[in-house]
Every structure is written in structure tokens, then in C-alpha cells.
Design a protein around this ligand. Structure first.
Ligand SMILES: Cc1cc2nc3c(=O)[nH]c(=O)nc-3n(C[C@H](O)[C@H](O)[C@H](O)COP(=O)(O)OP(=O)(O)OC[C@H]3O[C@@H](n4cnc5c(N)ncnc54)[C@H](O)[C@@H]3O)c2cc1C
Length: 625
């Protein structure tokens, strides 16, 4: 069995690798990037874009819905921890494994927006099935080959995926979670230019069922990382443990071993050494399917809260009529509407030429998964004991059953995989300070000398002399957005908030200088503000479109948008306040004290012995006492 050697990487080395793998050029416009700099480009997203759905998509949607309703037993899948061959065969029959693959390779050819609408649908039914299809489609073979594959690779592998071959994406290792600098799976060059791969990958979704896998591994000579396509029936590939989790019970997830596996050079994805870039760019668009699943689950939050809270009578009224519950339900509905507004926009922009949506996708992932979790928690609270009770148990008692506890278990991972919340914040914070780094990097770089700083001064004065005053004054803001009627005030607020954000980031940079990088609480708040402004603007712009079109639900949409905007504005104001008035240093100090064991006295009373021997010793001591 191949066990990875330990690869040590210092903080500087980890950062250097992240920098080297970062896309430094922007392939097009980015609404969020502009917002970071204090410019609100409402004109880039207004009118709210919506591509008409194809007839193929509509047919597929109906077929999938019917399949989920009639042929998927989610209680059984969750209980047995298996999809069942009938479900896998059914998905193959529908063509689900080729949803997003071009028709010329045998796929259904759905576009990004259509694909995510399918994920919304499936996400409203079954988390395990979403994870299977999304790991395959969004990050498995189809997406990296679409972006980086050669024509031969596409002909060979996309056709297999479209016909139902399941695929996976393997980056994580026991020592590699958020930090790929420690990646140890090893590629050795053969004389004829092929590779021999050895190593171990951990928690690979679909890994225990896949035919094909994209694997990130490090060349032992150049130390660079490449992405390679591996066929799971090749000699030397084996499955270690199947991993089991709190939710997503049927996930075909496991430890995968590679023991001197021969990889033909034709199976390199992208250029040699660009593997991490392949992985990160794949995830840029790939991570849009996760918030789509969150939309599906959020819709059920609204539905299951409404149906319960409007009928369940306690203290003389339906529980939903008590203010505490009504508020939760209102927020859930407004959040669901806002989540749709942002995620649909991000998908549309992903399909447009001239846009670079890496920050839009990161916002969708981070904002969507966090708010979805909050809403599921509220749903559980609204349904009380029935939220905590399993679906089967509710059915056994003869009640209408809703799987709130399963949805909660299934959804928690969304804040951890495909870029954890912390990593998404760091990723966005890096882009937020990018322009400043380019101009005033010498101020922020801890290794910069006084000479470097002096040399950078003319450029700094030239840029900030023009840019900085603009972050204070928006002479025309009070006259803008009149066409949005009563909603205009929210856009004016967003415009002022984006300028205030930009100048606060600048103030943070001047105040903390090279230490800014370590001030995660400060940086994360600025990212939270940016995400909130972005979602707020998308929600208003979408509502404006519905209003102008005289859509049947326009009045209701205006009410939801207005509530969402009010919530967002309070949240943003709070975050702004906390930027400069907080307990960050005190909290960090206590955190470090806890880590150093200074507060282990708190743990002593209830310390649980870890090994069987220790347990026996503890039991003996107890008897002796
Ligand atoms: C169910 C499941 C399915 C998965 N599927 C796949 C898959 O298909 N393919 C694959 O390659 N991987 C997969 N993973 C792995 C997943 O992507 C990782 O769990 C994730 O990247 C986080 O890594 P980690 O768990 O090792 O956490 P760690 O990296 O150990 O981090 C622990 C905590 O510290 C935080 N943290 C880390 N670094 C920093 C920092 N610099 N600043 C602030 N906070 C930080 C993290 O956000 C996290 O909260 C899966 C995991 C699970 C549980």
C-alpha cells in the first residue's frame, strides 16, 4: 500500500504556491472585483440577464423530476448508506452523467444555467444524489476536460462519461486539506516520457464507484504539480477505506491508493506543472453547483416552515403567527429569493463572453452555503420536535413526514468542501487587495526594505491621489437609479457602501501594513460586506426586471427584495462598525492560550480517556477510589 511521505511546507512556501497557482490576469469584467475598488457597476447586470431554457432542458427537467418522485427512496438511501443499483442505472438511463457534456460527445449539452437549475431540483430532493452528480459533472472529468482537455482526451473520456462512466476529482490527501503545498502524491518520469504515480488520496467523492479520476500529483524532479487522468481499473490503483459521514450517507467516498501506476503522457490535463491551476480554475465555475443545491434546499425550508407554522396551533394561535416564528419565516423567504437572484446571475455571467466570474462564484458558494445552513437551523427550530425527529419516525406515527434532520446532516459539509468558508474568505480577500498590492505592495510586503518603500512612493501618490478622494464623494449618487422607483434607495446605499468598503480596505492596509495579511477577522469582515452588497444589488436588479415585465409575482418579489435589502443593510452596518471596534486581539490571545494548554484546567473534569488501556486504567482508579 502506498503511503504518502510527509511534505513539510512553511507558511511562506504555502503562500508562494498559492500565489503561483493564482490566475493573475482577468479574462474579463468582474462585478465583485469592481465593487472591491468602490465602483458599483449596476449597468453590467441591469437588465438582469436570463437566457431562455432550451426544449431539451425542459424535457430533461420533467423526466428527472418524475424519476426523483417515483424511483428514488431517499429514506432508504439514507438508512442503507447506498444509492442502490436501480438509482444509478436510472440516472444513466436519463443521461444525467452527461448533463453538461457537449452533444458532439454524446452528452445532453445543457448550459451552465440549465445545469444549475437541474442541481436546484435534485438538491430539493436528495443531497446524496446531488453530491454524486455534482462531483462528477462540476469537478470530475467533464469540467477540467471541457476547460483544458485535448480533442483526443475529449473524444476518449467525455464520451465515456456521457454514456454513464462515473468520475471523481482527487486533490485531498491526509496531509493536504486547505494547503496544497504539502501535496505528496508522486509522479516519476519514465524514459519514454510517461509517468509512474504513487501516493494516497483521501475523502474522494465517487472514488469508490468511479471509472475515471482526475488526480493532482507532484513531479519528484521539478516538484511542480500536474493533473492527470487515471482509469480506476489500471494496475496499482486500489480503494482503501470507504469513508462515512454525518450526512450524505450514500456518498461513494473513500481513500484511494496509487501504487506505481503507469500514467501515459497523453493523460496530462493542461500543461505539465499546471495541475493546481487546473484544479483551481475547474473549481472557479465548478463550485457554482453547490449553491444551486442550497437554493433547492432553501425552497424546502420555506415550504416546510409555511405548511407547519400555518397549521400548528400553540398558545391559541398558529405558531407562525407568533412574532418570533414569523420573523424566521420572513427571513427565510427573503434569503431564498436573494440566493436565487445572485446564483442565477453568476451562472448567466459565466455563460457570457468577456466576464471572469471567479469572485461571483466564490460569493455564491460562500454566501449560499452559509445562509442555507442558517435557514435550515431556523427550519428545525420552527418545526420544533418534528424538525429533530427522523422522517421515518414521523411516518410511523402517521404524520406528514419532512426530512429536516436529514437535510441538516446533508448540508453541513457545504461550508467545508469545495473551498471551506475560511479559504473562500481568504481567496476573496486576496483579490480585494490585489490592486493595492500592485501599486503599494512595498508597504505590505514584510521583506520590503525602506528603499523599496521610498521607490514605490511616486506610484502610490499618483494612484491614490486620484482614487482615494473618489471613495469619499459620490456627487451623483443622490440622483442615480431613479428608474428603480422605491427600490432606488437600496442601490444608492449599496453604492455608498462599496465606496466605504474600498476606503476601509485602504485604511486597513495603511494601518496594519504587512500585518494586514494576518488580520483575518478584519479581512473577513470586508469580504462579508462585499458579498452582502453584491447579493443586495442583484436582488434589486432582478426585482426591477420582474416589475417592468409585469410578472404575476412582481408585488410579492418587491416585498421580499425590500425585506432582504433591509436585513442586508443592517448586517453591513454592523460589519462596518466591527471593523474598527472589536475584540480581535483579546480573542486571538485567549485562543492561543487555549491552544497552548493554559486553560486545560477547564477540560480536566470531563476528560475522556482515548485508548482502551487508558479507559481500563481510569476505571481501575475509579474503583480504587
Ligand atoms: C464529505 C467530503 C467529501 C469530499 N470530497 C472531496 C473530493 O471529491 N475531492 C477532494 O479532493 N477532496 C474532497 N474532500 C476534502 C475537502 O475538500 C476538504 O475537507 C477541505 O478542503 C478542507 O480540508 P481539511 O478537511 O483537511 O481541513 P484543514 O485544511 O485541515 O482545515 C481545518 C480548518 O482550518 C481552516 N483553515 C485552514 N487553513 C486556514 C487558513 N490559512 N486560515 C484560516 N483558516 C484555515 C479550514 O477552513 C478548516 O476550517 C471531501 C471532504 C469531505 C468531508
Amino acid at each position: 500500500m502506498a503511503i504518502n511521505p510527509t511534505v513539510n511546507a512553511t507558511e511562506d512556501e504555502s503562500r508562494a504556491l498559492a500565489e503561483a497557482s493564482r490566475e493573475t490576469t482577468w479574462r474579463g469584467r468582474s462585478f465583485v472585483r469592481e465593487l472591491f475598488l468602490g465602483t458599483l457597476r449596476v449597468d453590467w447586470i441591469d437588465p438582469y440577464p436570463e437566457t431562455p431554457e432550451s426544449e431539451d432542458f425542459k424535457r430533461f427537467y420533467v423526466a428527472m423530476e418524475s424519476f426523483l418522485q417515483h424511483e428514488v427512496d431517499s429514506i432508504k438511501i439514507d438508512r442503507e448508506g447506498e444509492y442502490g443499483q436501480d438509482v444509478i442505472d436510472g440516472l444513466r438511463r436519463l443521461g444525467a452523467f452527461g448533463m453538461k457534456i457537449d452533444k458532439k460527445y454524446g452528452g445532453l449539452g445543457l448550459n451552465q444555467a440549465e445545469y444549475c437549475k437541474m442541481v436546484e431540483l435534485i438538491g430539493s430532493y436528495d443531497g446524496s444524489i446531488v453530491a454524486l452528480l455534482s462531483a462528477h459533472t462540476s469537478i470530475g472529468i467533464p469540467q477540467p476536460l471541457k476547460l483544458f482537455g485535448t480533442e483526443e482526451q475529449k473524444q476518449k473520456y467525455l464520451t465515456r462519461c456521457a454514456a454513464g462512466a462515473i468520475s471523481a476529482f482527487a486533490l485531498t490527501e491526509p496531509d493536504v486539506g486547505s494547503d496544497p503545498a504539502r501535496l505528496a502524491t508522486n509522479l516519476e518520469r519514465t524514459e519514454d516520457g510517461d509517468f509512474i504515480m504513487s501516493g494516497e488520496k483521501l475523502w474522494i467523492t465517487n472514488g469508490t464507484a468511479a471509472e475515471l479520476m482526475v488526480v493532482m500529483a507532484r513531479h519528484n524532479d521539478t516538484k511542480r504539480i500536474s493533473a492527470v487522468i487515471v482509469e480506476m481499473d489500471w494496475e496499482g490503483v486500489s480503494i482503501g477505506n470507504r469513508c462515512r459521514f454525518m450526512g450524505l450517507k450514500a456518498l461513494e467516498n473513500g481513500v484511494i491508493h496509487f501504487d506505481k501506476v503507469k500514467i501515459p503522457k497523453e493523460n496530462l490535463v493542461g500543461t505539465e506543472g499546471s495541475g493546481l491551476k487546473v484544479a483551481l480554475i475547474t473549481l472557479n465555475t465548478g463550485r457554482l453547483s453547490l449553491p444551486a443545491a442550497c437554493i433547492g434546499s432553501n425552497r424546502r425550508c420555506v415550504e416546510w416552515s409555511r405548511e407547519f407554522a400555518s397549521k400548528r396551533v400553540q398558545w391559541g394561535a398558529p405558531v407562525g403567527h407568533h412574532e418570533a416564528v414569523a420573523h424566521k419565516i420572513a427571513d427565510m423567504a427573503a434569503t431564498t429569493y436573494a440566493m436565487e437572484s445572485w446564483c442565477h446571475l453568476a451562472n448567466e455571467l459565466a455563460m457570457r463572453k468577456g466576464y471572469d466570474i471567479r469572485l461571483e462564484a466564490a460569493t455564491a458558494k460562500e454566501w449560499g452555503s452559509t445562509r442555507n445552513w442558517d435557514n435550515i437551523d431556523d427550519l428545525m427550530q420552527v418545526r420544533g420536535g418534528r424538525g429533530y425527529e427522523t422522517e421515518q419516525s414521523q411516518m410511523d406515527r402517521g404524520e406528514i413526514a419532512r426530512p429536516v434532520e436529514r437535510v441538516m446532516r446533508d448540508s453541513r459539509i457545504n461550508r467545508i468542501f469545495e473551498g471551506s468558508s475560511e479559504i473562500m474568505h481568504l481567496f476573496m480577500a486576496r483579490e480585494m487587495v490585489d490592486q493595492h498590492l500592485k501599486i503599494a505592495g512595498a508597504l505590505l510586503e514584510k521583506k520590503a526594505t525602506v528603499g523599496d518603500k521610498i521607490k514605490a512612493l511616486p506610484g502610490i501618490i499618483a494612484f491614490y491621489g486620484r482614487w482615494y478622494p473618489k471613495t469619499w464623494f459620490g456627487l451623483f449618487t443622490p440622483f442615480r437609479y431613479g428608474q428603480f422607483g422605491a427600490m432606488a434607495k437600496h442601490l444608492r446605499y449599496a453604492e455608498r457602501a462599496s465606496r466605504r468598503l474600498a476606503r476601509n480596505v485602504f485604511h486597513g492596509m495603511v494601518w496594519y501594513q504587512a500585518k494586514l495579511e494576518k488580520k483575518q477577522a478584519f479581512l473577513f469582515r470586508t469580504v462579508d460586506i462585499a458579498m452582502e452588497i453584491a447579493v443586495l444589488v442583484a436582488t434589486i436588479v432582478r426585482t426591477q426586471k420582474l416589475k417592468k415585465a409585469g410578472a404575476p409575482n412582481a408585488e410579492q418579489a418587491i416585498a421580499l427584495a425590500d425585506l432582504h435589502a433591509k436585513n442586508a443593510r443592517r448586517y453591513i452596518d454592523d460589519r462596518f462598525r466591527a471593523l474598527w471596534s472589536n475584540d480581535d486581539d483579546a480573542k486571538y490571545k485567549v485562543g492561543r492560550q487555549v491552544l497552548d494548554g493554559d486553560h486545560a484546567w477547564l477540560e480536566d473534569q470531563t476528560r475522556v480517556p482515548e485508548t482502551t488501556e487508558a479507559k481500563t486504567d481510569a476505571a481501575d482508579q475509579l474503583v480504587a477510589k
